[in-house]
Ligand binder design. Sequence first.
Ligand code: SF4
Length: 243
Amino acid sequence: MNSETFTVAVPNVLDRLNTEIVACRLCSRLVRYREAVARTKKREFQDWEYWGRPLPGFGDPRGRLLIVGLAPAAHGGNRTGRMFTGDSSGQWLMRALYHAGFASQPTSAGRDDGLILRGAYITAVVRCAPPDNRPTPKEIRTCAAYLQREFAILPRMDVVVALGHVAFQGVLALVREQGFEVPRPAPAFAHGARYGLAAPGTRRVTLIASYHPSRQNTQTGRLTERMLDQIFRRARRALAEHE
Ligand code: SF4
């Protein structure tokens, strides 16, 4: 796709997909939960008008780094309407992206906070906040269709960082569906693990696994700031190798 075609075609197709995603009600359990959380709210966010809907992807569609998370947090993305925004996971991720030069600022507080991603696009395997941050396998399968379409629309994504085991498995399912050759035995999730995946034709993708920057991981020291910074330095190196 040449630059002119990309500039015209991709934003339009992506906008149509995002409009569809935001209106989605396919998973009844998640629809009930996201809307109930948006009605009841957390005490400290009583003045907020919660988003309470599915989240579209966010970032630079011309970028070459795709970051795949699990799902929005009930009082994070489900409140603010933007992936990794308004919660601790978002703060951790944006600080690391800023250090690696992918984000214009180290914080992610709300949709109007001026944050710009450069060369990176953030998405998730599930678009609605799940109870206890645990989507069911069926919900993951249902929502996977959106990730498939997003990945197909964004043909420049050379490097994918999967945040957490569920996202990692979701990306593997995605690339298999898109015809990529996945090595056998199948790639295993481990923080910092890196895999090269090739599709028939010319498309190649480097998949990098990372622990998710959830409180469960960051408060226990399983994931440190240094470890997350290393992931995005590794992503930078992989992007350079793709050039
Ligand atoms: Fe739709 Fe995905 Fe939300 Fe399910 S999780 S309702 S498929 S947007």
